[in-house]
Design a protein around this ligand. Structure first.
Ligand SMILES: N[C@@H](CCC(=O)N[C@@H](CS)C(=O)NCC(=O)O)C(=O)O
Length: 373
């Protein structure tokens, strides 16, 4: 595998940000290509079976979708300069929790800030969705941009973003900015002087949407400038923390990381518990069959949970369980001493219940989609 790997993605895409950052940090040669070519339509899309990015394609024709599967594929090929997975089992577990939170736990603020400020951000976003068409694009092509934007903004109700919830979404996101600022002003990456799978996961929502879109970008830059610097750092090929000469690498986990786990316990754990309840009430399906009847609309059901003082009703999606299982499987595979160390760290932060939060059904991935295990 000598030719650069093709990464089908775009700058405005949430999940492309996770994989792009991984490629850059690992020094793996890649070419980023917008998913609009004849080759993509004729060869790649039919294999994926739905319009979803990012996707990678390597020179032997292998295609991989889903950021986690892509990173694991690249790690499996021995291409990582520094594995995304810490060797210490407890740190690996904590990193997987942060990946889960980064991938799945911040969709609500990301999508709220992207779509609910059209006067202030609309031009930037339509440029991001269709800039690749160039200035001379036809009217029909431009209409297509609107269709795609409508599809994504149409996800807001299913995510639980509504007039009744936006105050709480903004309040809680502000709290997160403060937690992350307190961390990144002292420490360049989540665990210290280099990134892991948790950092890559957190690049999903925190980069393309929350660091780049005009409204949340200015919020992040002003309220959490060190967090903004981390998003830049995650896209730099070098360690990129010369602006923190006061930082000394340490073998200890940074103290400020604890507040992030507390935040996850307060705001994401209740939603995950609700997800499990909805999942447990389902009948499930035959092993290998699609987890949703139409994988293009991958919703298993709906449920409600308390986010702070606010009730939020939202969709439950199978990918969430695939990501959560990575955490619970990792914990289940640990020996007794390691489990005790993980519980000692997470119990005071209120997050120990996450480690055994399993459903009677399992989700796997086959042929680029979620299936019943
Ligand atoms: N879990 C997937 C999520 C990918 C994803 O949701 N991609 C978005 C763009 S950032 C997309 O293409 N969504 C289209 C859809 O869900 O219909 C991954 O990690 O790759």
């Amino acid at each position: 595998m000598t030719a650069p790997i093709t990464l089908y993605g775009v700058k405005i895409s949430m999940f492309t940000g996770k994989v792009r950052s991984y490629f850059i940090k690992q020094g793996i040669p890649f070419t980023e290509v917008a998913p609009v070519s004849e080759h993509f339509a004729q060869i790649v899309l039919p294999q994926i079976g739905r319009r979803i990015i990012p996707v990678i394609e390597i020179d032997d024709g292998t295609i991989v979708q889903d950021t986690t599967d892509i990173i694991d594929f690249l790690e499996g090929r021995g291409l990582a300069r520094q594995s995304a997975y810490p060797t210490d089992p407890v740190r690996k577990l904590l990193a997987l929790i942060l990946e889960l939170f980064g991938d799945e736990g911040l969709l609500r603020p990301a999508m709220h800030y992207r779509w609910n400020f059209p006067q202030l951000t609309g031009h930037f976003i339509s440029h991001g969705f269709g800039g690749w068409q160039g200035p001379d694009a036809s009217k029909e092509s431009k209409a297509q941009i609107k269709n795609t934007m409508d599809k994504f903004s149409g996800f807001l109700p299913a995510l639980g973003v509504s007039v009744d919830t936006t105050f709480e979404i903004e309040r809680a996101y502000g709290e997160l900015l403060d937690v992350l600022e307190a961390h990144f002003v002292r420490t360049p990456y989540l665990f210290g002087d280099s990134p892991n799978i948790g950092d890559y996961g957190m690049m999903c929502s925190l980069y393309a949407h929350l660091a780049r879109d005009p409204v949340p970008s200015s919020l992040m830059k002003n309220r959490a400038p060190s967090l903004f610097r981390w998003t830049e750092r995650m896209n730099a090929p070098h360690a990129d923390y010369s602006d923190m000469p006061y930082y000394t690498p340490s073998d200890e986990l940074p103290d400020t990381l604890g507040s992030l786990f507390t935040y996850i316990a307060n705001y994401f754990l209740p939603e995950l518990r609700m997800n499990i309840e909805v999942m447990d009430a389902l009948e499930g399906g035959e092993s290998g069959s699609p987890a949703t009847i139409n994988p293009k609309m991958s919703v298993l059901g709906f449920g409600a949970f308390n986010h702070g003082e606010t009730k939020i009703q939202c969709a439950v999606r199978p990918i969430r369980f695939y990501m959560l299982q990575r955490v619970t499987d990792c914990f289940a595979a640990m020996d007794a001493d390691e489990q005790k160390a993980a519980l000692d760290y997470l119990t005071p932060r209120g997050l120990a219940p996450l480690l055994t939060l399993t459903s009677r059904h399992r989700v796997a991935r086959q042929n680029h989609t979620e299936v019943w295990a």
